[in-house]
Design a protein around this ligand. Structure first.
Ligand code: SAM
Length: 284
C-alpha cells in the first residue's frame, strides 16, 4: 500500500508527496502537527495539513528570509523572530558571531518541542545561548516593544488560524515601532501565482506600504510551496535593499550558504511584470 501526503493548492490543484511513514501526529492548543518521512524530500512538517517545511528545500526559505536583511543592515545586534518554531531561521541567524541576542516569539511551544525531537536539521541551534524563546502570540508581544530590534523576521504560517494577526496593519505598525531608527522587517509574503495567495500577498503589501517608507518585495523558488514561486516582503526605515548595500562586507564574513549569494540577492528584487503590476495596484 502506498502512503501519500496531499495538500490542496487550489480547488483544482493538488500537490502530493509519497511518504514512507507518519512519525508523529498530534493536536496542540493551536493546531494539528504532523511529521512524515519521505524519500524525495526527507522529513516533512505540516501544520493543520499545510506543508511548512521539508528537509530537502527548507534551506531556500530560511536562507532567504534571513540573509537579505543581514546583508543590508550594517550593524545588527538584536533580532526578533516571530513564528519560526522549527528553528530554521534561528539556525541561519546564529551563523553571525556579532549578533548578541535572538528573541524567538512562537505561539505554539509544541512546534518547538516536536521540531527538537524530529527536525534536528532545523532545530539544531535553538539552544544557542543567544536565543531566548517566548511562547506567546506575536501580535500581543509586539504591542509592548519600543525601539528594541535591528531586524524583525516574520516567519509565520499563512494568514488564517493563529497566523492571521501577523498580517494585520496593527501588527506591521507595531513592528515599525519595535525597530530602531534604521530597522528592517522581513516577512513571509505569500505567492503571486494562485488567486487566493495573490490576494493575501497584495493585501499584506498594501498594509506594509502604509507602515514603512521603504517597502519592497523579493522572490524565491520553493519547490514544495504552492506554484513554487514565493515572495518575501522587505520593509525598511532607512536602507534600500539593493542600493544601500555593501556587498563586499557581507562576502568578507565567510557565511556558508547553499542558495543565498549577493548577486542573487540583487536579482531577487527584479520581479516579473505581472507581479510588479499587482504590487503597483495596491501601492497608491
Ligand atoms: N519556517 C517555516 C518554513 O520553512 O516555511 C515556516 C513556518 S513556521 C513553522 C510558522 C510558525 O508560526 C508556526 O510554528 C506557528 O505556530 C507560528 N505562528 C503562527 N501564528 C503565530 C502568532 N500569532 N504568533 C507567533 N507565532 C505564530
Amino acid at each position: 500500500m502506498e502512503l501519500w501526503y496531499t495538500e490542496q493548492h487550489t480547488e483544482n490543484v493538488n500537490f502530493s508527496i509519497k511518504v514512507d511513514k507518519q512519525l508523529y501526529s498530534g493536536k496542540s492548543d493551536f493546531q494539528r502537527i504532523d511529521i512524515f518521512d519521505s524519500k524525495e524530500f526527507g522529513r516533512i512538517m505540516t501544520l493543520d495539513g499545510y506543508l511548512m517545511l521539508t528537509e530537502k528545500d527548507e534551506f531556500i526559505y530560511h536562507e532567504m528570509i534571513t540573509h537579505v536583511a543581514m546583508c543590508v543592515h550594517p550593524n545588527v545586534r538584536k533580532v526578533l523572530v516571530i513564528g519560526g518554531g522549527d528553528g530554521g531561521t534561528v539556525r541561519e541567524l546564529t551563523k553571525y558571531d556579532f549578533i548578541e541576542a535572538i528573541d524567538l516569539v512562537e505561539i505554539d511551544e509544541e512546534v518547538v518541542d516536536i521540531s527538537k525531537k524530529y527536525l534536528s536539521q532545523t532545530a539544531c541551534k535553538l539552544d544557542d545561548p543567544r536565543v531566548h524563546c517566548y511562547f506567546e502570540d506575536g501580535l500581543k508581544y509586539i504591542r509592548r516593544v519600543d525601539d528594541e530590534y535591528d531586524i524583525i523576521l516574520v516567519d509565520s504560517t499563512d494568514p488564517f488560524g493563529p497566523g492571521e494577526g501577523l498580517f494585520t496593519r496593527e501588527f506591521y505598525g507595531n513592528c515599525f515601532k519595535a525597530l530602531h531608527e534604521d530597522g528592517i522587517m522581513v516577512n513571509q509574503h505569500e505567492s503571486p501565482f494562485y488567486e487566493g495567495d495573490a490576494y493575501a500577498m497584495q493585501r499584506a503589501h498594501k498594509r506594509i506600504c502604509q507602515s514603512f517608507p521603504i517597502s519592497k518585495v523579493y522572490q524565491v523558488h520553493i519547490p514544495t510551496y504552492p506554484s513554487g514561486h514565493w515572495l518575501f516582503g522587505f520593509a525598511s526605515k532607512k536602507y534600500h535593499p539593493v542600493k544601500d548595500v555593501n556587498w563586499d562586507r557581507w562576502n568578507s564574513l565567510g557565511i556558508k550558504t547553499r542558495y543565498y549569494n549577493t548577486p542573487l540577492h540583487a536579482g531577487s528584487f527584479a520581479l516579473p511584470t505581472y507581479v510588479e503590476e499587482m504590487l503597483r495596484d495596491v501601492e497608491s
